[in-house]
Write a protein that binds this ligand. Structure first.
Ligand code: GDP
Ligand code: MG
Length: 431
């Protein structure tokens, strides 16, 4: 959630009536979120019009406040547009196209790795004749993955290489030939002409457009040009490990109708994931992974225990036992940074905090080395007790001091948070 967005949601969460104003306010925030996620401007417009019609014509979800109900409708619509969960690749020649630097070559390596793990016979080749370094890059990747790289004598044209590669791939009875192509910094006629000829020559089973999620507002137009020239069968959105929220996914689905097949989440060979529409929908909206958070919360912490904790925080009666519970609770949720990202409203404020899992383990050990009495009443922990605790946990007195200081800080923060949000304002989506 952007900070502005979360504030207005918190404000609206309490209002029970759907007034024109509530709808307008929420949709205005959604609009800002979509634009911030780099969803194409026209796409935002048509999408919101549809949502608005639906919101005004439908009954509200009873379990939700009007604002949440509208947000949920938006979320449902987004997920619907983004399409099915996992799109399989058709066996055959897979052509990779896109601008230079978007991640074509890297993605071929990743996909070869993935397909090989699924026991397919995969081979790769490159038609990027103008940049020998790019061909070498793919060759290296293929060695790393352990799949054959088809190379041919120098001086062949891109189209000739493509033809020869396909001949060999057929002769060897492979399942997939992943074919790399040259990119340019901008769309140009020569590039498109070459790609059309390659397409004609190899009759690909898939033409995958590789797009950089960080590309911004011009990205849809570039994708459209490729789609009109070649007829794309899928999109791979790369660099989703960065700050990009992935609005391009929505744009290409809505405007071009082309499915998103995978997302790239890093530079390593394993960093390719299937496309999960619900996750991307949440990310585009900036709502955080609310649903899975709610599920996880229900799995790891019983309702009444959460209630006890909440009450204690409210009453300012928060001791080291509670801190231990919170630490364990958070640990059970999974990677901390991810968990914080899932907390709507809070994520914006905590973004700058760097979390250290090792430190958490140490903290846990230290609290476990305390007596019950010490945990409940940390004030009694004097120097000799600190020394005993440090020995018991295999740490040092300064580690113990750190934990005590963090406890005080946590107590203080909780009071502040309580004031800022009010407890029990965490939004819930029906499942
Ligand atoms: P190409 O010109 O389209 O073939 O692009 P490359 O495959 O050479 O990739 C360009 C740069 O983007 C390289 O530095 C890659 O490591 C990087 N890259 C590709 N995919 C990803 C991704 O999913 N995440 C991140 N962080 N970097 C990526
Ligand atoms: Mg390349």
């Amino acid at each position: 959630l952007t900070e502005k967005f979360s504030k207005s949601l918190l404000r609206l969460r309490d209002s029970r009536k759907v007034t024109e104003k509530v709808v307008n306010d929420v949709l205005r925030d959604i609009r800002a979120a979509l634009l911030e996620a780099d969803v194409d401007y026209q796409v935002v417009k048509s999408f919101l019009k549809r949502v608005r019609d639906r919101v005004l014509s439908e009954d509200l979800k009873k379990s939700l406040s009007p604002a949440d109900s509208i947000v949920f409708t938006v979320y449902e619509e987004l997920t619907k547009i983004l399409g099915q969960q996992k799109e399989d690749l058709k066996k055959g020649v897979v052509l990779f196209v896109g601008l230079q630097g978007t991640g074509k070559t890297t993605t071929i390596g990743k996909l070869a790795h993935m397909l090989k793990a699924q026991n397919y016979n995969v081979t790769v080749s490159s038609t990027d004749v103008r940049r020998p370094a790019a061909m070498l890059q793919l060759q290296r990747l293929s060695e790393k993955v352990g799949v054959p790289y088809y190379s041919f004598e120098e001086g062949l044209s891109a189209v000739d290489i493509a033809k020869k590669a396909v001949e060999r791939y057929k002769k060897e009875g492979m399942d997939f030939l992943l074919l790399d192509t040259a990119g340019r910094l901008h769309v140009d006629e020569e590039l498109m002409e070459e790609l059309k000829q390659i397409k004609e020559a190899v009759k690909p089973s898939e033409i995958l457009y590789v797009a950089d999620a960080m590309q911004g507002q011009e990205a849809l137009n570039v994708a459209r040009t490729f789609h009109e020239a070649l007829g794309l069968t899928g999109v791979i959105l790369t660099k989703m490990d960065g700050d990009a929220r992935g609005g391009l996914a929505l744009s290409v689905r809505e405007a071009l109708g082309v499915p998103i097949k995978f997302i790239g989440v890093g530079e390593k060979i394993e960093d390719l994931e299937p496309f999960y529409p619900d996750r991307i929908a949440q990310r585009i909206l900036g709502l955080g992974d609310i649903q899975s958070l709610v599920e996880k919360v229900q799995q790891t912490i019983p309702e009444d225990e959460a209630q006890v904790l909440a009450t204690k925080v409210l009453e300012g009666d928060f001791n080291l036992e509670d801190m231990l519970r919170i630490i364990r609770f958070i640990k059970n949720l999974g990677p901390l940074e991810k968990v914080l990202g899932m907390l709507p409203g809070i994520s914006a404020q905590l973004k700058h905090i760097k979390i250290d899992e090792e430190k958490f383990k140490k903290t846990e050990a230290i609290i476990l080395s305390m007596t019950k009495e010490e945990r409940r009443n940390p004030k009694i922990i004097n120097m000799s007790r600190k020394q005993r605790i440090a020995r018991g946990s295999g740490t040092t007195v300064s580690d113990v001091n750190r934990v005590l200081k963090e406890y005080e800080e946590m107590k203080r923060q909780m009071k502040k948070l309580k004031g800022a949000l009010g407890l029990g304002t965490m939004p819930r989506l029906p499942r």
